[in-house]
Design a protein around this ligand. Structure first.
Ligand code: 15L
Length: 266
């Protein structure tokens, strides 16, 4: 049987670095694409050094690929020009390359910042309409729309994940992390569910652990087969002496992004 080949864009970024060892499987090759230099650990990894904005590089990176996990792009606020070029045009370039190469399944990383100006006092279904908090959040809302378009027009299976905060622990996030954390192991469980769910069509789901203080719905991810085994609450004692968010950062899902200067890299 031929190996399953999974292309991961942004594989040297925060989420990519956490997922790389966790998504290794017998019979699977990870093709790891990033602008940063990487080194293959063994024959189960293929390295591509390229930008998601490079159409020719993306076309060749998509050859022979069964599934694509698109994490590449700016992961925080940036200028409008940079956000447009890398996150929006870049995702279009990635989807076009995937379509032309016949990649059947695409998993796109969105973010809580697509709905950053939704309030924190209610439960949020995964298909809440966008209320971005930044240009970055706008780019994630566009990525969600592009994914929907490519499914509807071309029949690709496209799953978009609104990721909460995926870090090794929620400790550097402060108390907000007790709500938003997606543990790396849960992240891998979620990507595995997205890779293996039969004929998902287009789905928009939350990427979060089953945190006691969670306000994001897990029902949509669980419908794909995801089962969270982690809960940020185990870190609550260690975050107890940190100040709770206040003002807009407390009221809205996007937390500190809601008040950070628009268009400024931070
Ligand atoms: C994101 O979308 C960012 O990529 C990440 O760096 C975190 O800031 C996260 O959101 C968050 O909201 O904590």
């Amino acid at each position: 049987m031929t190996d399953q080949r999974v292309l991961i864009t942004g594989s040297a970024g925060v989420v990519g670095t956490l997922m790389r060892p966790r998504l290794r499987r017998p019979g699977r090759v990870l093709r790891l694409l990033d602008v940063a230099a990487q080194t293959a650990s063994d024959a189960a990894e293929e390295i591509v050094t390229a930008s998601v904005t490079d159409a020719a590089a993306m076309a060749s990176a998509c050859e022979g690929v069964d599934a694509l996990i698109h994490l590449g792009g700016h992961s925080r606020e940036n200028s409008w020009a940079a956000t447009l070029e890398v996150n929006i045009d870049g995702t279009h370039t990635v989807l076009e390359a995937a379509r032309e190469a016949g990649v059947k399944r695409v998993i796109l990383a969105s973010s809580n910042h697509a709905v950053g100006f939704r309030r924190t006092d209610s439960d949020l279904p995964a298909d809440s309409s966008p209320r971005p908090d930044t240009y970055y959040g706008v780019s994630k809302a566009v990525i969600e729309s592009l994914g929907s378009l490519y499914h509807s027009r071309f029949g690709m299976d496209v799953i978009v994940i609104r990721i909460g905060s995926c870090f090794e622990t929620p400790l550097k996030l402060g108390p907000r992390g007790l709500t938003t954390w997606l543990s790396p192991d849960d992240g891998a469980r979620l990507f595995e569910a997205c890779l293996s769910a039969p004929s998902p069509g287009y789905r928009l789901i939350w990427g979060v652990s089953d945190n006691t203080r969670r306000i994001y719905s897990l029902a949509e991810a669980e419908a794909l087969g995801y089962k969270s085994l982690d809960n940020a609450e185990v870190y609550a004692d260690r975050l107890a002496d940190q100040p709770a968010p206040a003002g807009a950062a407390a009221e809205f899902v996007g937390g500190p992004f809601c008040t950070a200067p628009l268009g400024e890299f931070n």
